[in-house]
Design a protein around this ligand. Structure first.
Ligand code: SF4
Length: 190
């Protein structure tokens, strides 16, 4: 079967994380992955983003299936349960809200810019080479560090579950997937 351009989108997360390694302000590009799925779900009532355009899902498939890095075992049933999926969504959005709050504190001068990544919402990793003070307002840079941390953390979790289970295990509880699925259900009256 002839390949479509979207089949190559697995390269997008690699480009994204590489750009953010050299300049953290590129983290803002990740907003495309945040907003586009919602727009497609709200206006189209479908999961076109997951099915066609998600670079991360394609990366897991590429690494897990094509390069055979996946454990290929079925994931535990609880991982795809409604409670876990929605629980993880609530947790993820709470962490997202906290990241916005930190950005707001920096914008208001109540907190200094922190040039670190926070992996797994816990471990602080210095990342100061990727930003030169004054390149952008501090809050813009703070958002970049926070958002890049979330993107990297979720990708690392996805890689771990890919290695342990099937290539796209992350997709069973991915917050964007859960959100767009919920929107589609509401929109289609199911
Ligand atoms: S569930 Fe998440 S990672 Fe998987 S394809 Fe959809 S948006 Fe991408």
């Amino acid at each position: 079967m002839k390949k479509k351009w979207t089949d190559h989108l697995w390269i997008w997360p690699i480009i994204y994380f590489s750009l953010g390694f050299f300049n953290i302000l590129f983290a803002w590009l990740g907003m495309i992955d945040f907003i586009l799925p919602l727009i497609l779900a709200i206006f189209g009532g479908n999961k076109m983003f997951c099915n066609q355009y998600c670079g991360r899902g394609k990366l897991f498939r590429f690494l897990g299936k094509k390069l055979k890095f996946s454990g290929k075992r079925p994931a535990p049933a609880w991982m795809s349960s409604k409670y876990f999926r929605y629980g993880f969504l609530v947790f993820f959005m709470t962490m997202f809200g906290n990241m916005l709050y930190q950005t707001w504190l920096v914008a208001g001068g109540a907190q200094d810019l922190r040039q670190v990544l926070k992996l797994f919402w816990t471990f602080k990793v210095p990342w100061n080479w990727a930003y030169t003070a004054g390149m952008a307002p501090d809050w813009v840079a703070q958002f970049s560090f926070g958002f890049y941390s979330m993107m990297l953390t979720s990708t690392l979790i996805g890689l771990i579950v890919m290695k342990l289970y099937r290539p796209r295990t992350w997709c069973t509880f991915c917050p964007m997937g859960t959100m767009t699925q919920g929107i589609c259900k509401l929109k289609n009256g199911k």
